[in-house]
Design a protein around this ligand. Structure first.
Ligand code: NPG
Length: 368
């Protein structure tokens, strides 16, 4: 396949309500899309990086520069490229996993359009629908949190993830557990605790949680292993998981027993699949994380989550959980499930009018 033209598309999508985590509150999503025209069809990829370097060290303006200056020229230079070769073609760039993932996603999408094959089929998905959950941000009060959770339960979500941070943990989570006895509940701290909180966090063990996600710093596997040895609730890692290698290190050190896979954190769909395969071979449960993606990244997440080793519901809510309208056909949740797209590639089409309505700025990166 030959790439004939590439553009970077930037837009800002207001969130229907602010989303607060331990690393800040967001009121809009600063979106970067990679759009390729090739000799076999067009392809789209979404960069999961956010406005600031607060979840990890990548941020979207930096991803933009790296894509324009190094990644897109590197794939453009290859007279014949396929999705499986992208990681090697841009592997000389250190870091920038979300930009890498966007590049690979766009190439794979174009390639699969040429073949008339869906992404789920290409990755080895084996189900038509995936189980999903919703992530609920930190609120100003416990009544507000209970109201937010009630709203999502009423929309059929059966699994809820609560964001926690020092000062917002045992009490709010206990309040939700008391009111929603049968709800599948898990918590996510986004690396906001110091290891001195290990004793405090053991109290979460009584709240019947599916898992506790990333309480400590990304590079502190030891603290995770220590907490894990003290409680029966499984520990899941997110920020610590950057590649297949880091999964092996984390599992071997006893730091986690569940892995959150995010395409934009591990550098692409194919590395995400390799992590899935490795975990499956070791009987380790995985699930698909989310980073407030538009319909493009969401389509990729849904396809990935259709692989057999994804045994917990993904952070893949309906498009309406974040956006008034999506830039593709919306993903809709029924009975806490989302249908896996079956069309070629990502299986969604980009709505040019929606892009325009969000004031998208399009920059041609490579010559026609
Ligand atoms: O529904 O897409 C979603 C968001 C799920 O909570 C979620 N994402 O830490 O996992 C996370 C968190 C996140 C948000 C990560 C923004 C990075 C940026």
């Amino acid at each position: 396949m030959r790439i004939e033209a590439a553009e970077i598309v930037r837009l800002s999508m207001p969130l229907v309500r602010p989303f607060r985590t331990s690393f800040g509150a967001q009121s809009h999503r600063d979106v970067l899309l990679v759009h390729l025209l090739t000799d076999v069809g067009e392809g789209w990829g979404e960069c999961a990086a956010h406005e600031g370097p607060f979840y990890n060290d990548e941020f979207v303006d930096a991803s933009d520069i790296v894509l324009e200056r190094w990644m897109l020229p590197a794939v453009f230079e290859m007279s014949d490229i396929s999705g499986s070769e992208v990681a090697t073609a841009i592997g000389h760039v250190k870091g920038y996993a979300a930009a890498k993932a966007a590049t690979e996603m766009a190439v794979i999408d174009a390639e699969l359009h040429g073949e008339g094959r869906s992404l789920a089929d290409y990755l080895g998905g084996d189900r038509d629908r995936v189980e999903v959950g919703v992530s609920v941000g930190i609120t100003d009060s416990i009544p507000q949190l209970l109201e937010a959770v009630r709203g999502y339960v009423d929309q059929s979500y059966r699994r809820v993830k609560l964001k926690i941070e020092p000062g917002w943990d045992i009490e709010p989570v206990r309040a939700v557990r008391q009111q929603f006895k049968d709800l599948a509940l898990q918590v996510d701290a986004n690396a906001s605790y110091s290891p001195t909180a290990i004793g405090h966090l053991t109290q979460l063990d009584r709240l019947d949680l599916l898992m506790i996600e990333q309480p400590f710093a990304a590079d502190d596997l030891g603290a995770h292993a220590q907490l894990s040895s003290l409680i029966s609730t499984p520990i899941c890692l997110d920020e610590s998981i950057l590649s297949t290698r880091s999964v092996i290190t984390a599992l071997d050190s006893g730091a986690c027993s569940i892995v959150n896979i995010k395409v934009g954190r591990v550098g692409g769909l194919l590395e995400a699949k390799r992590i899935h395969d490795l975990c499956r071979s070791r009987n380790v449960d995985v699930w698909c994380g989310g980073m407030l993606e538009t319909g493009i990244g969401r389509a990729a997440n849904v396809a990935l989550a259709s692989l057999p080793g994804f045994t917990y519901p993904g952070d893949i809510s309906g498009s309406d959980r974040y956006f008034e309208f999506d830039i593709t056909e919306p993903f809709v949740v029924h009975d806490s499930e989302i249908d896996v797209p079956t069309g070629p590639g990502l299986g969604v089409s980009v709505n040019e009018a929606a892009l325009a309505e969000y004031g998208a700025v399009r920059r041609a990166i490579l010559p026609l």
